[in-house]
Design a protein. Structure first.
Length: 117
């Protein structure tokens, strides 16, 4: 995060030094930050090829997520599954209400996994 901030500051300072009006630099920086803030969740989902799943499609994963949210006293995020064979999970979103939990598919991570075991 610090490196990204340093890069942004260097680019903005460079634009000001070459004579771009400060107002245009500030408006451009605000536009870039707004686009990044609004597209973060969709970009993360697209990169990992994750798809949202309902409780009917993945009842066991939703049950685990329900229990964890109840124990932590937090709102339940949407659940998305990625077709990655590596076990991995992350949460993305701008707000607690708009958060989405992305997880690798249990069937891809553990070939012997089944809903009955």
């Amino acid at each position: 995060m610090t490196l990204l901030t340093a890069i942004y500051c260097a680019v903005l300072a460079g634009l000001v030094l070459i004579g771009v009006p400060i107002l245009f630099v500030a408006l451009g920086a605000a536009l870039v930050l707004l686009v990044q803030w609004l597209s973060t969740e969709a970009l993360a989902r697209r990169i990992t090829r994750a798809r949202y799943v309902t409780a009917e499609q993945e009842p066991e994963l939703h049950a685990v997520l329900d229990r964890l949210c109840a124990l932590s006293d937090v709102d339940k995020p949407r659940l998305a599954i990625s077709p990655s064979p590596a076990p991995n999970a992350c949460t993305v979103g701008r707000t607690r209400r708009g958060a989405a939990r992305r997880s690798s598919s249990p069937r891809d991570c553990a070939p012997g996994w089944s809903r009955t075991s």
